[in-house]
Design a protein around this ligand. Structure first.
Ligand SMILES: Cc1cc2nc3c(=O)[nH]c(=O)nc-3n(C[C@H](O)[C@H](O)[C@H](O)COP(=O)(O)OP(=O)(O)OC[C@H]3O[C@@H](n4cnc5c(N)ncnc54)[C@H](O)[C@@H]3O)c2cc1C
Length: 530
């Protein structure tokens, strides 16, 4: 092992692999990513992302054209057989969510991937190797070795090997190589089909001047003859998704004239340029174990779900953000490999809930039996539809509740918003930095016992104290500019939260004494993984 050894090797340069490399590069760990395509894919899949993603991507310093192009729709409506609105998934939601950003953001994936790649490329410790397909992986007791072959683009737009190969070594490997994951096959990890596969034909287009403003909202038309949806993907693109029906001739669907015909009620030729027109199968699939020794699987390699909730990629980004802080502790010698056991325990149930939720939404909007579709519409129009379920939270792993407490807030997302602190306004993450943090309405710091203070200092914990009364904010107390903290603490009924580096709450406290218990439990849990 005399040769150079990376901290982490990443296989796959989709959004999840790029995000993993960006997070590790930002933390100055030596990371090398291998993506088989020599150029970036360049076409969108992901349209919608949520507030949690915005917080994560913002913390990586992303912005640029991706950010300028995005939009924050105030509406995501479902329409019944006769066009009536059945529900609006955004109605009643606050302007900004607990993460400090709007809860539904429409953006253009190639711009997102450009920004992620920029973060990777700007890190002196990260390598982005495009045009290298990983073909062999060997796991040893203290490191791994991969072999990759160089790929070039052919005139037909395919990829083919050049004949060159290379070997790279690393302490860990993340397989973020998509639904047909090679890494998953190497470790022999099966992926279970949970049922509900639907087929869709997509038409994505770039908006010309004549087409601006023609589609301004996200609308799902639940017509049993052919369910479909349309939406803007940022300011520059539109998307249409039409369900493939049993009687369809798929070759006909893929003709450009069919795409124009289907989009006719909204768009005319000249309004847009079609950039992508293809048929997709979307499945519900989940793998049972995401860690195999030094190999970790993430993103579509271990879970796939219908895109109706816009949570497929979001889940993959959560996977690697979860891994990022754990790798950081291990690579800095503060934790042992057992910390990685908490990865599947924390992430799998969260993703399972989201798969179930997105499958439930898909079944409702994709009802092709006219009688059942009518019954669905009647249920919604009579106000008898079940309330929307909230997004899941962490229930196991490094979470206070998992060790027996009845903490109602542990495992949920911690609050972040714009604050004014000592006369400077901005996002709390920008002003305070990210990592372990305590967000509190009380001074829990001054009287902290020395051993607890030393422990929190060893985690470089930041304390953010929110003023109860904005007009009387003292020095070091932050004013809650968007009401995010007031709303959070009001609803949670607690005084303080101890938040993990991936923005999930470890535990909460209603008093200084309870806070001591939360700190002690975190200490205990982290010591267990040293
Ligand atoms: C139509 C559609 C709409 C969607 N909409 C949304 C949405 O609105 N919101 C959302 O959150 N999600 C959405 N998703 C889901 C989202 O697209 C995926 O979850 C996401 O792309 C998964 O990212 P990934 O990086 O895990 O995998 P991928 O994007 O599949 O990337 C895997 C990469 O690995 C590379 N690779 C594979 N094998 C190798 C190898 N052996 N060596 C090197 N490289 C390799 C591939 O070339 C590829 O670039 C949608 C999906 C679809 C299909």
């Amino acid at each position: 092992m005399a040769e150079e050894i990376h901290s982490v090797l990443v296989v796959g340069g989709g959004p999840v692999g790029l995000a993993m490399a960006a997070m590790l590069g930002k933390a100055r760990h030596k990371v090398a990513l291998f993506e088989r395509w020599p150029t970036r894919y360049g076409l969108p899949r992901v349209g919608g992302i949520d507030a949690e993603m915005m917080r994560i991507f913002h913390s990586l310093g992303m912005g640029g054209h991706w950010f300028d192009d995005m939009i924050y729709p105030r509406s995501y409506s479902w329409h019944g057989i006769n066009g009536e609105e059945l529900q609006d998934l955004r109605r009643g939601r606050p302007e900004v969510e607990v993460s400090g950003w709007p809860g539904f953001v429409l953006q253009y994936q190639p711009y997102l991937e450009d920004e992620l790649a920029k973060v990777v490329e700007s890190s002196p410790t990260a390598e982005l190797n495009r045009g290298w397909e990983v073909i062999e992986i060997r796991q040893h007791s203290d490191h791994l070795e991969l072999k990759a072959r160089e790929m070039k683009l052919t005139a037909a737009g395919e990829i083919a090997p050049t004949g060159a190969t290379r070997v790279a070594r690393g302490r860990f490997l993340v397989g973020a190589d998509g639904a047909n994951s090679f890494v998953r096959s190497i470790v022999g990890q099966p992926i279970e089909d949970l049922g509900l596969t639907t087929r869709w034909f997509h038409v994505d287009s770039r908006i010309n001047a004549a087409g601006r403003g023609k589609i301004t909202r996200v609308a799902q038309y639940c017509e049993p003859s052919r369910p479909y949806m349309c939406m803007p993907m940022g300011k520059s693109h539109y998307r249409f998704e039409f369900m493939v029906m049993p009687e369809d001739d798929e070759a006909e669907l893929l003709k450009p004239e069919t795409a124009w015909h289907f989009m006719e009620p909204w768009l005319r030729q000249g309004d847009v340029e079609i950039v992508r027109h293809m048929i997709y199968s979307v499945a519900c699939r989940l793998a049972g174990n995401w860690r195999h020794g030094r190999i970790l699987l993430a993103g579509d390699a271990v879970h796939q779900m219908p895109p109706k909730l816009g949570q497929g990629m979001c889940s993959g980004i959560r996977d690697v953000f979860n891994l990022a802080w754990k790798f950081d502790r291990i690579l800095n010698g503060k934790a042992g490999l057992s910390l990685l056991d908490t990865y599947t325990a924390e992430r799998l149930p969260h993703v399972r809930d989201l798969i179930e939720l997105s499958a439930h939404h898909t079944r409702l909007v994709c009802e092709i039996d006219p009688e059942r579709a009518r019954a669905r519409d009647e249920m919604y129009l009579a106000g008898r539809a079940p309330a929307l379920k909230p997004l899941p939270w962490l229930r196991d792993g490094i979470v206070y509740g998992s060790s027996g407490s009845a903490d109602r807030v542990a495992g949920r997302l911690g609050p972040q918003g714009r604050i004014s602190l000592n006369g400077v306004a901005g996002f709390a993450d920008d002003l305070m930095g990210t990592g372990w943090s305590v967000v509190t309405m009380k001074d829990v710091q001054t009287n902290l016992r020395a051993d607890r203070r030393i422990f929190l200092e060893s985690l470089q914990t930041r304390f953010l104290r929110i003023a109860r009364n904005a007009s009387k904010a003292g020095r070091g107390e932050a004013i809650d500019l968007d009401g995010v903290y007031g709303r959070f603490f009001g609803e949670a009924g607690v005084e303080s939260v101890l938040v993990r580096p991936d923005f999930y709450i470890f535990g909460s406290a209603g008093s200084a004494q309870e806070f001591d218990g939360v700190v002690d439990d975190l200490h205990h849990q982290l010591v267990e993984h040293q």
